[in-house]
Design a protein around this ligand. Sequence first.
Ligand code: LLP
Length: 416
Amino acid sequence: MTIEYKNNDSFIDGISLKKIAADFGTPCFIYSHNDLVKNFSEIKNVFASEKRKVFYSVKANSNLSILKVLLELGAGFDIVSLGELERVIKIGAQPEKIIYSGVGKSEEEIIRSLEYGIHCFNVESFSELERINSIATKLNKVAPVSIRINPNIDPGSHEFISTGVETTKFGINLKNMMDAFIYANNEKSIELLGIDYHIGSQIESLDPFKEAIVSVKKIVDQLKENNINIKLIDMGGGLGINYQNNDAPSLNDFGKTINQVINDNELSDYDFIIELGRSIVGNVGYILTSVEYIKKDSEKNFVIVDAGMDNLIRPALYDAWHEIKPITDNKEQNILCDIVGPVCECTDFLGKDRRLSVQQGDLLIISSCGAYASSMASNYNSRPKPSEIMIKNGEMHIISRKEKINDLFSREIIVS
Ligand code: LLP
């Protein structure tokens, strides 16, 4: 993740941000193809093998070009909806490289996945298991499943993204999981492949990942005692990235450590899948935005920009911190301000209490916007979604065109 300051401008992979703003307008998303390839290759080189697979969690950024790059690098895909399923099919992913997670799979979604022949459903409740069984029986198919357990491990991240704690809706708790494994093992229309878990996101220590593997080892042994033999362990995703001055482990350290813990726990004969999202795309993307107004107040200064919570909801939702810098390397930091968007909500802020040297009309670059930015974007306040640009081999490629105003109401019908 490098932005280079030069000649009163900034450059990402050699492309001027002033030029991007002039050609595509602001706000706009910018992705580095180079960094995307670098990230995926880093984990693939240390982790992937015949029995170890790296899947990409589509929800982090589901743009077709991003998916296509990852497909070509050998990624499998972790999906959570029919929309995500059809996206990965559209870019040519083989169904056997698709796994389906999520607590609320609809009948339509299960049918479509069975028709395509996906690799595995990660099942999150007993009633989902019964539904999958009954649909598979009707379609005369066998549904491959893993049981998502909730290991009750605190990953130490924000409450809203700590999915492996028992009080959340995710997975089947340790007390009830055995019923699900036994049922899945006995039904003819179900093939029990394995265990799945996902303890949370933006995890900045390797310890919770280690703890989860140790806890899965105990479950594997418990299953054996019940004559249930599985072959797959899906560890979910969750590796954090550096947003501020935090010190998240690298993909390389993560991969090496996981391999080590798998071996230490005598699990090396099992197939393993990891489902990474943020650590693959998070630091690959940016939002370029223009300063519309500066509002100086005795209490507080506001830098009002043309990007808002409709483009990046993470600060509003999780109090998340993203680096925001002017694209010119002006060292003089002259105002203490909140950087806010045009949306009519108090929570429409991108950064609070920042020191910036900034003037009306300046361009600002917001970092770490590759994951959970564009994919969580909305049209709130009837604002069109911005262009998305990928920089590849020194050229700008538009990978999502800016929405037109007419697109905003193209589905709506005026009742007369
Ligand atoms: N697998 C499952 C089952 C998941 O639910 C998730 C993310 C992942 C894998 C990928 O996790 P990652 O490697 O990206 O941490 N919107 C939040 C993050 C929500 C994560 C949801 N699940 C944010 O902006 O921080």
